[in-house]
Design a protein around this ligand. Sequence first.
Ligand SMILES: NC(=O)c1ccc[n+]([C@@H]2O[C@H](COP(=O)([O-])OP(=O)(O)OC[C@H]3O[C@@H](n4cnc5c(N)ncnc54)[C@H](OP(=O)(O)O)[C@@H]3O)[C@@H](O)[C@H]2O)c1
Length: 283
Amino acid sequence: MTKNIKIAGTSVFPIGLGTWNIGNSPSEEEQEIEALQQGLQAGAQVIDTAEMYGSGASEKIVGQAIKDYARDSFYLVSKVSPGNASKKQLPKSLEKSLKRLQVDYLDLYLLHWKSPVPLEETVEVMEKMKKAGKIKAWGVSNFDTPDMEDLLSLPNGKNCVTNQIKYNLIDRGSEYGLLPYMREQQLPMIAYSPIIKNSLQQFNEGQSQVLEELAETHQVRLQQILLAWSIRDGNTIAIPKSSNDAHVLDNIKAAQIQFTTPELEQLDNVFEKPTEKQPLALW
Ligand SMILES: NC(=O)c1ccc[n+]([C@@H]2O[C@H](COP(=O)([O-])OP(=O)(O)OC[C@H]3O[C@@H](n4cnc5c(N)ncnc54)[C@H](OP(=O)(O)O)[C@@H]3O)[C@@H](O)[C@H]2O)c1
């Protein structure tokens, strides 16, 4: 039984749809739209995009994919680029994103990564956009523990509802420090690159062997094992990107995989848990 995740009071399916690198090629647009729609029909709700992705091209494709769906059937996330996170620029960026997405509001607006704009100012303008009904909630992305501590100590900083970070079996450094802190603050994580951008060739022999054994036991593909692992704590939404219908459906089905404790230990034996602070994994 798949457990939904609560984010800013809304309950969503734990596997969403990433959209980095879509909208870059006109000949692929139809398939990209189709794959997003397949995902929504199969139960995904969270769609993750950003003004930065293809300079708005990804948001445009998402807009086309969702335009005939009821607004409450998907949970739309976009991101403001750090250079646009000021009181003056953020409302303009948001307006452009809404237009490309063909919606009146975002469910969640994230600061894409740390900005030269003072954080207080970004928080203030995020709150203003919330009051104006342009966004339902706001959060951050690529923030490490000290950044989160700074944010949560600001006036209204505790209204941040998530931190989107890179998290997968190879990039699990955030398990030391950041994730325990986010759990303490009751902040769900949004995990990006949850299937390691499909660069499976980087696994060593031991890692490949364990992953293949688990895929065989659960009668699934290796990518589904990676994905299921990334959401195993019941406090994470993973946003794999796929423009392939079959992959999208596999990804959604991965939410059903439940690991036993010995299976998780087997994975820990080959993909080591961090034992000290590590730099935050990026991109
Ligand atoms: N906040 C940030 O700074 C940040 C940074 C990076 C990413 N993100 C977000 O996170 C999303 C996901 O991360 P990502 O795109 O870096 O990596 P990812 O989701 O780990 O991997 C995407 C790659 O895996 C392939 N793939 C997906 N499902 C598959 C399956 N079931 N079987 C085989 N291959 C599969 C995709 O190809 P096909 O299309 O052919 O399936 C694509 O090449 C992004 O799209 C973006 O929305 C956010």
